[in-house]
Design a protein around this ligand. Structure first.
Ligand code: EPZ
Length: 422
């Protein structure tokens, strides 16, 4: 198990460039299952999750190359309709393959993803949506089997019980090849990654509209053509570094950031009294002086992003007064709080609320990262704390943050990665 040793009392200062969005490129890569012509993607982050998705595409018959943040996908001779559980287990987003793969092969069998540290993470919205499209869905031995109908209804309307990002992406992608059908997805997620997916699909000849609103409409077409596409910057990565600047009383400019993707974060930071500067080229966050406690609720976009919830908690842990954080997207996303409390934080969790009583300073300790974003929160807390922090289970971090050590070192961090002792 890899360890990251982080020296404390560090102020992160300097300039970095945002990487391409992990949560945008993953559903876009899943959509390429339905494209039987060459596709080229630029600005693709070199992350383990991207590598996992590429392995899945290769497994089902695609020829894929990935270098210098460019992914080239050539159509495969034959596509096989099943994705083994060990690949789905590694990364939940691979379940977004099942609809597109069934559209091409007539059927698809994909391992059902398990839960993880932030919640049970079922896929019932995906499956109910595909059934509303007319798919026959069966489950056995931990696999889900999806079979397409002889023909699709002319008009299909499906309302998501919750604006699920993954279910919205799976359903809007699958519907693009339901030729002759008009599909309406209501209560759709509105994240920027949904708009990025819509823009890519339409560049390939699909007819999708409504992304960024709660209602997405798709008119099915017979075929998708190849395209070249560059994914949007990663708003969660950008938000992580902006929060890191404030957690460490530093000053960071992130080039390539899009302010419109982070409105909820920027307004909370301003409410707290942090310095913010927005330009067309970059977003900057800098320490201006003691911060004010706030009340934050994570919500589906355009609300405060759940993926930044652990990281803003690491900031609020040393803000004088009492802040309250409410998690409204996942049922179990406070696993990292015990670790922050080991560093001297005074945080009490009850159901979906965290009560954060600010302390003057955290102190370094040995901690365990339960997931990608909580890992990043512990790193930022360790950089700000007194002394040294050892973070275990940091392989999570490399799933979600491209060149994480390199960017942190550019900003002045003193960190050392210890590979497996065995
Ligand atoms: C995406 O996950 C992101 N991952 C997550 O980022 C992000 O936290 C999440 O959206 C919310 O913004 C990717 O895009 C690859 P959901 P996803 O479906 O699609 C429940 C990160 O660190 N739900 O919007 O899985 C679910 O349990 C990751 O980059 C069902 O009940 O999230 C959760 O409580 C973490 N049934 C809520 O909906 C379903 O069928 C939101 O989940 C689907 C979801």
């Amino acid at each position: 198990m890899s360890q990251l040793v982080v020296m404390g009392n560090t102020r992160l200062k300097g300039e970095i460039r945002a990487s391409g969005s992990k949560n945008s490129v993953l559903p876009i890569l899943a959509a390429t299952v339905m494209i039987e012509e060459p596709v080229v993607f630029k600005n693709v982050p070199e992350l383990r999750d991207v590598q996992t998705m590429i392995s899945i595409l290769q497994q089902i018959g695609k020829t894929v190359s990935f270098e210098n943040e460019t992914v080239t996908i050539m159509p495969g001779e034959i596509l096989v309709g099943n994705v083994p559980y060990e690949l789905v287990r590694k990364m939940r987003a691979s379940f977004n393959i099942i609809g597109p793969l069934a559209m091409i092969c007539g059927w698809a069998k994909v391992g059902k993803p398990g839960g993880c540290n932030i919640g049970q993470r079922p896929v019932d919205f995906h499956l109910k949506g595909l059934e509303a499209f007319g798919f026959k869905i069966t489950e056995e031995h931990g696999d889900v089997m999806a079979v397409i109908p002889q023909n699709f209804e002319k008009e299909i309307i499906y309302a998501l019980p919750f604006p699920s990002v993954g279910a919205t992406e799976q359903l809007m992608t699958t519907a693009t090849l339901m030729e002759g059908s008009k599909v309406t997805i209501e209560n759709a997620a509105r994240e920027p990654e949904i708009s990025d997916l819509q823009n890519f699909l339409n560049k390939c000849g699909a007819k999708v509209s409504g992304a960024s609103t709660p209602t997405i409409k798709v008119t099915g077409v017979g075929k998708l053509n190849g395209a070249e596409y560059s994914v949007i910057p990663d708003r969660v990565e950008i938000g992580t570094y902006l929060l890191g600047a404030i957690a460490t009383k530093g000053d960071i400019k992130v080039y390539g950031a899009i302010a419109d993707h982070l409105i909820a974060l920027l307004s909370i930071l301003e409410e707290m009294g942090a310095g913010i500067e927005k330009s067309h080229e970059y977003l900057r966050a800098f320490w201006k002086g003691p911060l004010k406690p706030v009340r934050v609720s994570s919500e589906p976009y355009p609300g405060f992003p759940t993926d930044l919830q652990p990281i803003i908690t690491a900031v609020l842990a040393t803000v004088e007064g009492t802040s309250v954080l409410e998690e409204n997207v996942f049922e179990n996303r406070f696993g990292y709080v015990d670790e922050l409390n080991r560093m001297g934080a005074k945080i009490k969790v009850s159901s979906s609320h965290a009560n954060i009583r600010g302390v003057s300073k955290l102190s370094g300790a040995e901690v365990i990262a339960p997931d990608i974003r909580a890992g990043a929160a512990l790193v930022m807390a360790g950089l700000a704390a007194d002394g040294e922090t050892i973070i275990n289970n940091v392989t999570h971090l490399f799933r979600g943050y491209e060149r994480f050590q390199e960017k942190l070192r550019t900003l002045g961090a003193k960190i050392t990665l210890y590979p497996d002792e065995e």
